[in-house]
Ligand binder design. Structure first.
Ligand code: AMP
Length: 210
């Protein structure tokens, strides 16, 4: 089993690219952020614990995240590997992951800090199929209608606001970016310029994965 890691700051476009790469590779997207949001909505003990951190733009403790991933990786669709989106975010998470699956590629999507806030503050997703959009940079083709499934049901994340973004960016620089060096020494780290057209980025990611 070989897995891919999508790495990068909040708002880099990991979720958008994950959906596109999933179509080409067949690997399921495993987003710890999505899993945590589902736990928060369901009101599970994990969700109640995680919400405090998420609302503050802080990382959820490693033991909570690692337990979630260990369960998820047991599911039938993970047998040939998965595409991690937003995981690992700390060195202990990466070490735990190394004991669970082989990571063949780390795709690092780079976007400058000054672009992150505007990218995060305008984004929304389809509540029915999870397609990702942005008010300015990636609007729906028909106003109020999802391009993928036609639904008119959209949602915005509670933590996608200017205040929380700064804490999330800070957590990224302090706790997550040291992982870049960790993966670079393993020779599996591919840097992709994420400050371009969505299609160009997908093209570069797919060639890095060949
Ligand atoms: P995301 O959807 O990836 O932007 O994650 C949203 C929030 O969930 C983050 O700001 C963290 O509070 C939490 N979170 C998601 N993934 C992780 C992770 N791998 N480690 C710690 N916290 C995480």
């Amino acid at each position: 089993m070989e897995s891919i890691v999508l790495f990068g700051p909040p708002g880099a476009g990991k979720g958008t690219q994950a959906q596109r790469i999933m179509e080409s590779t067949g690997l399921p997207q495993v987003s710890t952020g999505d899993m945590l949001r589902a736990a928060v909505s369901a009101g599970t003990p994990t969700g109640v614990e995680a919400k405090k951190y998420m609302d503050a733009g802080l990382l959820v403790p490693d033991d909570v995240i690692i337990a979630l991933i260990k369960d998820r990786i047991q599911e039938a669709d993970a047998i040939n590997g998965v595409m991690f989106d937003g995981f690992p975010r700390t060195i202990p998470q990466a070490e735990a992951l190394a004991g669970i699956t082989v990571v063949s590629h780390v795709i690092a999507i780079e976007v400058p800090d000054d672009k992150i806030v505007e990218r995060i503050c305008g984004r929304f997703t389809c509540a029915d199929c999870s397609a990702v959009f942005h008010d300015l940079f990636n609007p729906t083709k028909i106003d109020g209608k999802c391009d993928t499934c036609g639904s008119g049901n959209f949602k915005r994340r509670a933590d996608d606001n200017a205040d929380t973004v700064m804490s999330r960016l800070n957590a990224y620089h302090e706790q997550t970016s040291p992982l870049a060096e960790w993966y670079q020494t393993k020779g599996i780290f591919h840097i992709i310029n994420g400050d371009r057209e969505i299609d160009q980025i997908t093209e570069d990611i797919l060639s890095a994965l060949k």
